[in-house]
Design a protein. Structure first.
Length: 251
């Protein structure tokens, strides 16, 4: 087992990639706090996964709730070895001239502030232990400007900056921080927005870039990558932004 007796916190674990990660991590021996802001979804997921996993309802955009999520792991098992910041929301594909303050703040709150709050609480514990692995789920939108709107794209670029800063600052402590630049994945992230409000004027340019997508991935494909980065097999991998995208960004 690649994560035997490791304590992990995974956000956005009620469905999609987060749920696949939670299930795989439990199978690989981890004890998991599975967090999501949808109470029913996370409780159902945890019930169906079974094993050493507990459900925790949290909106990571709220600092107190993100901190409580880490505290839950510490209270249950006394430590935290792995943090996977997977929770995220999409934008309406609006360009900078049209993005609203509401959408900008929503993407930043969930996609950047949430990981920051969780990391800020988890990192001191990892430093005490002399070890820890953080995996941030970014996007191909973090590597260019063609796949989404201004808000989502900027938030994922910011998450990459947070990842690399953390990796560099703590490189000599035993703590590692990496990110996955996820390609197109069959998940329900589009349910996080009102699709009737999508900015149709921006879809022409964005659609041209999406036409180059070699193919969609399944949540388990991202879960396997997260498992590798969280495990001791990646013990010397730090500060990497790993594209899992079928080569979409290779051009």
């Amino acid at each position: 087992m690649r994560l035997k007796d490791k304590i992990a916190v995974i956000t956005g674990a009620g469905s999609g990639m987060g749920r696949a990660m939670a299930e795989l991590f439990v199978q690989e021996g981890a004890k998991v706090v599975a967090a999501d802001w949808h109470k029913d979804k996370i409780e159902t997921a945890v019930h169906e996964i079974g094993g050493s996993i507990i459900a925790h309802t949290a909106n990571v955009a709220e600092e107190a709730e993100a901190v409580a999520m880490i505290e839950r792991a510490l209270g249950e098992w006394g430590r935290i070895d792995i943090l996977v910041n997977n929770a995220g929301v999409m934008d309406l594909f609006s360009s900078v001239a049209d993005v609203t303050n509401e959408m900008w703040r929503r993407c930043m709150a969930v996609n950047v502030d949430g990981p920051l709050y969780a990391m800020r609480r988890a990192v001191p514990e990892m430093l005490k232990q002399g070890s820890g692995a953080i995996v941030n789920i970014a996007s191909v939108a973090a590597l260019g400007g063609g796949s989404a709107g201004a808000a989502y794209t900027a938030s994922k670029h910011a998450l990459v900056g947070l990842t690399q800063s953390t990796a560099y600052q703590y490189a000599k402590t035993g703590l590692r921080c990496n990110a996955i630049a996820a390609g197109g994945v069959n998940t329900n992230i589009m349910q996080s927005i009102d699709q009737t409000q999508i900015d149709q004027s921006a879809l022409g340019r964005i659609g041209a870039w999406h036409a180059a997508n070699p193919g969609m991935l399944e949540p388990i494909d991202l879960a396997e990558a997260a498992l590798f980065l969280a495990s001791d097999a990646a013990r010397f991998i730090n500060g990497v932004i790993l594209p899992v995208d079928r080569g979409w960004t290779a051009a």
